[in-house]
Write a protein that binds this ligand. Sequence first.
Ligand code: DGJ
Length: 346
Amino acid sequence: MKKQVKSVLLFVLYMVSCYPAAAQNKANTIRPTEVWPDKQGNHIQAHGGGIIKVKNQYYWYGEQRRKGLDTNYRYVSCYASKDLVNWVFKGDALKATKPDSALGSWLIERPKVFYNTKTKKYVMYMHVDGQVRTLENGVLKMSKSAYVYARVGVAVSNSATGPFKIIKTFRPLGHESRDIGQFIDDDGSAYLVFEDRPYGFRIAKLSADYLEVEKEMSLIPKHMEGGAIVHYNGLYYAIGSALTGWDPNPNKYATAKSLSGPWSDFKDIAPPETKTYGSQSTMMIKVIGSKATTVIFMGDIWKPKTQWDSRYLWMPLEIGDGKLTLPKPQPWTLNIKTGEAKLINP
Ligand code: DGJ
């Protein structure tokens, strides 16, 4: 065999032997800030979202913001995955009309779904807001602000992928509620985190059937949105952002031994000048594998004028002993079986 042909053959053989590893690497890679295509090839539309695991299946619910939506409805999308990296769009789990005739223009933000193993129901909490009609000196008036209603909506479905139906809206424990977050503790108990504008950041336990917000655990007297909690090595870590609308700001964290507090002071999760690398927290997911436990920070990089192009910033957190740091966004791989997260170019 000629020397040149032989070296070409050897090169081809080398490439073929590398292929499975390369393909697997690609299939396991999370690329924060980039377009994240679902299995159908479309950028994932699950903004301000939350994730649950039911058996071996993860479900990611979020604000559906794709172009061309019917403006008579508000939508929550649902995606399914076994590895948290490759997602299949399962359709719009909620397609809702106005739940209250007192509402003018209205919105749904930050949907979160809990699965109740006893009732076998999927229970969705969401921030429902909008203008409200009020009677002033005998005259009906519509509020100017789109964030006056300040309630949670609860929708229920028998199936993870919906259809969900809104059954009620209310103010949890009588308090204003705007951004919400969800937390499921290691013992399975479910909590709602909500921003009560006059007072602060509240954490409250859901009732056994998840249909009510039953018991306040903490009121952290700090004004924070995008609330997220994780329980890691015996300590609770709570993250939240400041209130700057769609613009990013330095997100912060505090810790406590119990959900009832006392909570530590809040510290930056990333260098403050990066404004959380342009993102805002929505959730933390704990992946417990055979070799490691990884806590993933899920954040949104909002694009208010082109919402459908809003991106995601997911990174494995450096967490432990009361400290939590969000590393600089870069591509990384997740092995869902071992729980290991690896930066591609450490
Ligand atoms: C900040 C919140 O975190 C978002 O969910 C959204 O409500 C924007 N404010 C709207 O300005």
